[in-house]
Design a protein around this ligand. Sequence first.
Ligand SMILES: [Zn+2]
Length: 195
Amino acid sequence: MAGTHALATRIAFIVALALAAAAFGVEAPAAAPRPLTIAGANAAEERVVDWAIRRFGDAGLRNLPPLEIYVHRSHDDCDGGLGLYFAGRVDLCTKDSSEPYQRKFALHEAAHAWVEANVPREILRTFMQRQQVVAWNDRSLPWKERGTEQAAEIITWGLDEGEIAPLLPEVPPTATLASLYEMLTGRSPHHPPAA
Ligand SMILES: [Zn+2]
């Protein structure tokens, strides 16, 4: 009967969340725990992922969709790279990276999910025109020339502490980066931009 008990507990939890949402109205999603699963991470890696996810809320970027995050020991699980995002799943292969880069890649992959769920197509079109990007996600193009990667890099820059320059074909001045971040998110960068 353990299964029945677990199901009852889960239903009770869902009802509690629904009541909380009703009680707090539109403010509730910011305070409610975000559905998130993390697999394969050690304690330090889990802290990095938690930090990155919290950073979205702290910066006022609400509605980060539910994510399944897998932390790997080998780069093979990320097609030889440091991270992947696809359809609600994040893979991170940053075990050999320094902590600022671990944070950066966790932000970057989650930023893909945030953009996918929150940025209207019209704004993405304007963003691509301004960046002179011809395709949103054409994998035959170099990584830096894809709209989706540029958007994730700019959001990452705005959420991070400003110490790692975004990977763009040319890194624009801080004021331009801030305006691109604002175009995508409707908000100012989280860190105080350097003068
Ligand atoms: Zn990416």
